[in-house]
Ligand binder design. Structure first.
Ligand SMILES: [Zn+2]
Length: 133
């Protein structure tokens, strides 16, 4: 049985330290679930009541310097509307280009927070991989 209130949310700096430690040990971790397990193992050795969920780890890792988050995704044929970043959940900005004829075209979208870029079709994330860069 999980007793709520038993677990505490660790400060972001501790999560960052744990993510960095895990990636230094393993080089690359090829799923968010695996990273979450390893990060929580590290955190609980610092403080047994600390727990952090997959979404928060992904969001924090995406904004860390020196860490690359790769999204392995399936592309749909649907256009991408009001795109949100698949990595950190932020609103994405269109990447514009001007043609020889002076028209502006949208090439894709990029995330102002973590730098994730994507094209014009909606993608379904399948898996995330994390590595040091
Ligand atoms: Zn992002």
């Amino acid at each position: 049985m999980v007793r709520k209130g038993l677990y505490r949310i660790p400060p972001e700096s501790e999560v960052k330290t744990a993510v960095m430690g895990v990636l230094q040990d393993y080089g690359m971790v090829s799923s968010l679930k695996a990273l979450t397990g390893l990060v929580n193992m590290r955190l609980s050795s610092e403080n047994p009541s600390w727990r952090v969920g997959q979404r928060r780890i992904k969001k924090i890792a995406a904004r860390m310097r020196g860490v690359e988050v790769e999204v392995i995704s399936a592309e749909t044929d649907e256009p991408l509307e009001n795109p949100k970043c698949l990595v950190c959940g932020s609103d994405m900005r269109p990447v514009m280009n001007r043609t020889l004829y002076g028209e502006t075209v949208v090439l894709g979208y990029s995330c102002p927070v973590c730098g994730y870029r994507t094209g014009l079709k909606r993608k379904i994330p399948m898996r995330y991989a994390f590595r040091l860069i």
